[in-house]
Design a protein around this ligand. Structure first.
Ligand code: ADP
Ligand code: MG
Ligand code: ZN
Length: 496
C-alpha cells in the first residue's frame, strides 16, 4: 500500500490558545491560575453562582483582533457571543460562552515553507471563548472511581483559530502549528506552550482520491500535547483510514483520542452521540461593536512578525532564507541572535560574516548541546554577549578553528567566558611566537623527504608539513602563520 499516490490527505486544524491577559475572560479573577491551590482563583462569576453577570475583557478582544490582523483576516465591525450548551462537569454554568456565526476575525491566512516553497494555508476564523474547569479522574485502590473539579482554569480567555482544510500532510500540519505559534508568541498574546496545555490542537483529517476536490468523511483527533504527538497521530490516522478504505470499508465520522504510550488513536465518540450545542446569542452580553479606529490603533501597534523578521534577516544580514527561517521560527531564538550580533562592533562590511558565524554556532553546536541536555535557549549559560565575544576571538585568531569546539563546550557547561577558558586550557591560538617557530623548525628537521620534495618543485609538499605542525601544536597553530613561517624557513634553508 503506497500512501500519497492513490490518496490525498486533507487536514484542518482547530487551535485553542490561552491568552496572556491579566484577568479572566468575564470576571476580575487573575488569569494566572496555575500557581493557585485548587479552587482558590475563583469568584461568583467563574463559579457560576446565581445572579451574577459576565463582563467582557477588553484586552482579550484586543488579543484576538491583533491575531486576526497578523493572520491577514477581516475584523468584524460587530461581533456576538453565543451560548454553547452541553452537559459536562467541567462547565460551571452548564454552558460555555463562545462565538458562533459572528466571530471577531475571519478569512485570513498564514504561510508555511514546504520543500523550499512557500504555501498559503487559509484561516477560516479566529474567535474568543472561555476555558473550562479542569477535571482530575481518580481511582481509589479497590474502590470506586471519582473525579475532582478544579475551577481555577474556568474562565481563562481562550482564542480558537480554525484553519481551512488546506493542509496536505502531517509535516504541513507541524509547520502550520509552528508558524501560528510563532505569530502568537511574537504578538505576546500566548505562551504557545503545548506541554502545559496553553496551546492545544484538535486535528481533523480525511483522505480522498488524489485529484478530487471533494471533502470526504473526516475524523477529529484530540489529546495531543506536543508537535511530535500531532505529527504521529496524523500519520497513524492517515494510515488507518487508508486501510479502512482499501479493505472496502468506510471511514466513520467520529472523535478519536491519541494514546501517546501506544502510538494509536482510539474512538471516543461517534457522530450518533455528537452534542447538540443549541447555540443561541448570549443574553447577558450585548453585541460588541468594533470600531475601525480601534482596529487601526491596534494595527499600528503590531510588532514585527516572524515573516517580516525572516525577510529582514535575509536582506539586512545576507542570511539564507533557510537559516533566517530557522532563526525566526521562535521569538526567543531570533532575539538571542540579534542581541548577540549587536553585542559587538558590527560595521556593515563585516555584518554578514558575523551573522553567519553566530547563526552557525547557534544552529549547530548550541542546538546540539541544548538538545542533549534538555535545556531551552533562554536557560543556556552562554549569554548572547558571550557568544559574540567568542566569535570575535575566532576572527582575530586568538582561538583557532579546531580548538573552538572545545572552548564552546566548556562555555556551555560552565558559563565562563571564552578567553578565560582558552587561556586556562592552553587552547589559545599560536601565532607568530617562539613556540610556533620551534614547532616549525622541528617539523622541517624531522621531514627531510618532504622538504626535498618541496625544494625540488613539488609545492604541495608544504601541505604535508603544515599538517605536521598542526599535529605538533594540537591544532592551536594559525594555519596562515604556519604556512608563512614554513615558506620563510624553507627558502632560507635552500639559500644557506
Ligand atoms: P465543526 O464545527 O464541526 O468543528 P468545521 O466545519 O468548523 O466543523 O471544521 C472544523 C475543522 O475541520 C476545520 O479546521 C476544517 O478545515 C476541518 N475540516 C472540515 N472538513 C474536513 C475534511 N473533510 N477533512 C479534513 N478536515 C476537515
Ligand atoms: Mg470541531
Ligand atoms: Zn472569577
Amino acid at each position: 500500500m503506497v500512501i500519497g499516490t492513490k490518496y490525498e490527505t486533507v487536514i484542518g486544524l482547530e487551535v485553542h490558545a490561552q491568552l496572556l491577559t491579566r484577568s479572566k475572560m468575564f470576571c476580575a479573577c487573575p488569569a494566572e491560575y496555575v500557581q493557585g491551590e485548587p479552587n482558590t482563583v475563583v469568584c461568583p462569576v467563574c463559579l457560576a453562582l446565581p445572579g451574577v453577570l459576565p463582563v467582557i475583557n477588553r484586552r482579550a478582544v484586543e488579543c484576538v483582533i491583533m491575531t486576526g490582523l497578523a493572520l491577514n483576516a477581516d475584523i468584524a465591525g460587530s461581533t456576538q457571543f453565543h451560548r454553547k450548551n452541553y452537559p459536562y462537569p467541567d462547565l460551571m454554568k452548564g454552558y460555555q460562552i463562545s462565538q458562533y456565526d459572528e466571530p471577531i476575525a475571519s478569512g485570513g491566512w498564514l504561510t508555511i515553507d514546504v520543500d523550499g516553497e512557500r504555501k498559503r494555508i487559509g484561516v477560516a476564523r479566529v474567535h474568543l471563548e472561555e476555558d473550562v474547569a479542569k477535571l482530575q479522574h481518580r481511582q481509589d485502590p479497590g474502590g470506586d472511581g471519582y473525579s475532582l473539579v478544579d475551577v481555577n482554569r474556568s474562565g481563562i480567555p481562550l482564542m480558537e483559530t480554525v484553519s481551512e482544510p488546506d493542509i496536505r500532510s502531517p509535516e504541513e500540519a507541524r509547520q502550520y502549528l509552528m508558524s501560528l505559534r510563532a505569530i502568537l508568541q511574537y504578538l505576546g498574546v500566548s505562551t504557545g506552550n503545548m506541554e502545559d496545555g496553553s496551546f492545544r490542537c484538535d486535528a481533523n483529517v480525511s483522505i480522498r482520491p488524489a485529484g478530487s476536490t471533494e471533502l470526504f468523511t473526516r475524523t477529529e483527533i484530540k489529546n495531543m500535547n506536543s508537535l511530535r504527538a500531532v505529527y504521529r497521530a496524523l500519520e497513524y490516522e492517515v494510515e488507518r483510514q487508508t486501510k479502512v478504505v482499501e479493505e472496502g470499508g468506510q471511514v466513520v465520522q467520529e472523535t478519536r483520542g491519541w494514546v501517546e504510550e501506544r502510538g494509536v488513536t482510539m474512538s471516543q465518540r461517534t457522530k450518533e452521540f455528537a452534542h447538540d450545542y443549541r447555540y443561541f446569542p448570549e443574553p447577558d452580553l450585548p453585541p460588541l461593536s468594533v470600531s475601525r479606529e480601534w482596529v487601526e490603533e491596534l494595527r499600528a501597534g503590531l510588532p514585527e512578525l516572524p515573516g517580516a523578521r525572516r525577510d529582514r534577516f535575509v536582506s539586512e544580514y545576507s542570511l539564507s532564507a533557510y537559516d533566517a527561517g530557522l532563526l525566526t521560527a521562535s521569538k526567543d531564538t531570533a532575539d538571542y541572535f540579534e542581541e548577540s550580533l549587536q553585542a559587538g562592533d558590527s560595521k556593515t562590511e563585516i555584518l554578514p560574516a558575523k551573522a553567519k558565524a553566530i547563526a552557525n554556532w547557534m544552529m549547530g553546536d548550541m542546538a546540539g548541546l541544548l538538545n542533549a541536555s534538555g535545556i531551552e535557549l533562554e536557560d543556556a549559560r552562554i549569554t548572547p554577549h558571550a557568544l559574540r565575544n567568542f566569535t570575535d576571538l575566532i576572527d582575530s585568531g586568538v582561538i583557532s578553528g579546531p580548538a573552538a569546539k572545545a572552548v564552546f563546550e566548556e562555555m556551555f557547561r560552565s558559563g565562563r567566558g571564552a578567553m578565560a577558558i582558552a587561556e586556562e586550557q592552553g587552547l589559545t591560538q599560536l601565532n607568530d611566537d617562539s613556540q610556533l617557530r620551534d614547532a616549525v623548525e622541528r617539523v622541517i628537521q624531522g621531514n627531510s623527504q618532504a622538504v626535498q620534495d618541496y625544494l625540488g618543485g613539488k609545492e604541495t609538499a608544504i601541505k604535508f608539513l603544515l599538517g605536521q605542525v598542526m599535529k605538533e601544536t594540537r591544532g592551536r597553530a594559525n594555519p596562515a602563520s604556519v604556512t608563512q613561517l614554513l615558506e620563510e624557513n624553507l627558502k632560507a634553508g635552500a639559500k644557506g
